[in-house]
Design a protein. Structure first.
Length: 128
């Protein structure tokens, strides 16, 4: 039971890190890329509270995935695999839907790698 409680705590800590990282990156660094791109498509960038809640759910699910992956792989392998699963696949899908502003990837790639690394670090180092 203690291991389960610890795992939940570490997953929640990683979720908080991922949520803060996502918020800072998307609200302060690349928001103009999103809004301008959506406007060019004749759309309004979705910024309602429900959208924020869904990103919170995504953060939790990403943290759970990292935790599961980290049980079998090294820190570096977990970071890269989770980054690929969490971000690269998402970018492929939203790129295919034409709603990905490619200019923001200059910021998003290194910052998302950092996000995945720190979340992995939290989950790997604390759970030992």
């Amino acid at each position: 039971m203690k291991n389960l409680q610890s795992a939940i705590l570490y997953i929640l800590l990683a979720t908080i890190w991922i949520s803060v990282s996502e918020f800072v990156r998307n609200e302060f660094l690349v928001k103009s890329y999103w809004t301008e791109h959506y406007e060019s498509l004749g759309l309004t960038f979705p910024a309602e509270p429900l959208n924020g809640a869904i990103w919170g759910l995504w953060s939790l699910l990403f943290a759970i995935a990292i935790y599961i992956i980290s049980r079998r792989f090294s820190l570096l392998e977990t970071t890269l695999l989770s980054w690929f699963v969490g971000f690269v696949l998402m970018w492929v899908v939203i790129g295919n839907l034409s709603v990905l502003p490619y200019g923001m990837l200059v910021f998003a790639i290194p910052l998302s790698l950092l996000e995945a690394y720190v979340a992995t670090l939290i989950l790997v180092k604390l759970s030992k």
